[in-house]
Design a protein around this ligand. Structure first.
Ligand SMILES: CC1=C(CCC(=O)O)c2cc3nc(cc4[nH]c(cc5[nH]c(cc1n2)c(C)c5CCC(=O)O)c(CCC(=O)O)c4C)C(CCC(=O)O)=C3C
Ligand SMILES: [Fe+2]
Length: 432
């Protein structure tokens, strides 16, 4: 860990306020106590700036109300995507769906629409999810799990409502949902849970259908394995192109979110995350693991992309383009789309067009590593997440890497809420 930390300009556990450094003693004591009582996951290791040992919680998670350790006989899997347009006519209606209730001005939508227009209005995300569904179906069959996979999206057809209607028509009453999103935040966790609740209401299935969700899987080894492979081979490509290790920088890119959302991400009642909340901590832990496996000793940072919202509103930083411009001694950058499970517009535009252009203009060699997509290791991780819930596998035996143990099956109260958008009921939480 320390080797990675030394080479990490903005990476590491917190960049300032993490680990209780900015908390009042009373808050620290309370947080420490809740850690003891609940044996909650917490970062372990050495504080970046002070070098002091970070108080380590239990190395493996222990079951609490947020964990389900009993076997459940599910009737099907609800694969849940973001959704994306598949033609020019879909673009604006899709963008209005995504931003409904948020007051995002039309000029901003028009601006985002140009990214889609550039690709004939087609995002690859729906085809990625069709392929993922097919791969998941075969992998489940190979594992001897006889469950149908229903696929529905939050923001474009096929919608979650349709998937629930199909499941209901087949007689299903209990589904295990898989979001195509690995981390904790409003956009990547709570909003899925709210949209599942909405879909139950819209279809009138509230009383007859139960939806649970798999844990956030940012630290499942099968999810991270394609990133390990991608970093290893892209760093090798840079070396083959003649760059010394000290000239290579790995940039782990994820979606920026408002800092106000970040603070509420990832069970904030149980953890002393830094100002970037559980969202940032999970990404840092995942990136540290990937680097330790794939390219120990090479410099890396966590960077953010695709910021929107008014300039007055703080979002997580640094932006990937600013980070590229700030690179001094580096001549080659490896961009890793760590925050995303498949290719989609934010990968094709914000990374492959914009970030690569920024790097090229700065005279840097730049390549992007692949997203997991339908990599067999990632699909295997999804099968394992289903299997652990079917069998009620004890939390301590679940597969998890990084300094954070296996995440919760049931979200903590207040987890990933978004006060700007107001309260909406959600499934799979200790509070609705
Ligand atoms: C954390 C996160 C993920 C990763 C987790 C996950 O995968 O769920 C993600 C994924 C995606 N985001 C996507 C698209 C969009 N996201 C938007 C807006 C926003 N995303 C946010 C966050 C995230 N987004 C936030 C905080 C906003 C601002 C809204 C606000 O005001 O709070 C907008 C509106 C326009 C704009 O604001 O740019 C669009 C069109 C697509 C589909 C791309 C395609 O079609 O190929 C995907 C996979
Ligand atoms: Fe987004």
């Amino acid at each position: 860990m320390s080797e990675t930390i030394e080479t990490t300009p903005s990476g590491g556990c917190c960049g300032g306020g993490c680990c209780g450094m900015q908390q009042q003693p009373e808050q620290q004591a309370q947080a420490a106590q809740s850690r003891r009582e609940t044996k909650a996951p917490a970062a372990t290791g050495v504080h970046l700036e002070t070098g002091a040992a970070v108080p380590s919680a239990t190395p493996a998670a222990q079951a609490g109300p947020e964990h389900v350790e009993e076997a459940v006989a599910y009737d099907g899997i609800l694969l849940s995507g973001f959704g994306g347009p598949e033609g020019q006519d879909d673009v604006l209606p899709f963008l209005r769906n995504v931003t409904r209730g948020r007051g995002i001005p039309d000029e901003r939508l028009e601006e985002v629409a140009t990214h889609y227009r550039h690709f004939q209005g087609v995002s690859p995300i729906n085809q990625q999810n069709r392929d993922l569904k097919a791969a998941l179906e075969s992998a489940l069959a190979v594992a001897g799990i006889d469950l149908p996979v229903y696929w529905g999206n939050r923001n474009w057809a096929p919608y979650l409502d349709e998937a629930l209607q199909q499941a209901d028509a087949a007689g299903a009453t209990r589904l295990l949902a898989i979001p195509t999103s690995a981390y904790s935040s409003y956009s990547s966790c709570r909003q899925y849970r709210e949209d599942w609740a909405d879909a139950l209401e819209a279809t009138g299935l509230q009383a007859t259908m139960q939806i649970d969700k798999v844990r956030q899987f940012f630290n499942h080894p099968g999810f991270l394995a394609p990133f390990v492979d991608g970093v290893r081979s892209t760093v090798d490509e840079a070396r083959a192109a003649g760059f010394a290790d000290a000239e290579i920088e790995v940039l782990f890119a994820t979606h920026s979110i408002p800092t106000a959302d970040a603070e509420r991400s990832g069970a904030p009642d149980l953890h002393e995350w830094g100002p970037g909340g559980g969202y940032e901590a999970q990404h840092l832990a995942a990136a540290e693991h990937v680097m330790a496996e794939a390219a120990p000793g090479i410099g890396w940072q966590l960077v953010y992309q695709s910021r929107s919202g008014p300039p007055s509103q703080p979002w997580l930083e640094p932006d990937i383009n600013d980070a590229i411009d700030a690179l001094e001694a580096r001549r080659a950058v490896v961009i890793v789309p760590l925050g995303f499970v498949s290719d989609h517009m934010e990968v094709m535009w914000d990374l492959d067009e914009e970030a690569i252009e920024t790097a090229t203009e700065a005279g840097l060699w730049a390549r992007r590593a692949p997203t997991p997509g339908t990599d067999a290791q990632y699909v295997g991780a999804l099968v394992d997440l289903v299997q652990e819930r079917l069998e009620g596998r004890p939390v301590a035996e679940r597969k998890a890497v990084t300094s954070i143990p296996a995440w919760y099956d049931v979200c903590r109260p207040g987890c990933c809420e978004n006060p700007r958008l107001g309260f909406r009921p959600a499934i799979a939480g200790l509070q609705p």
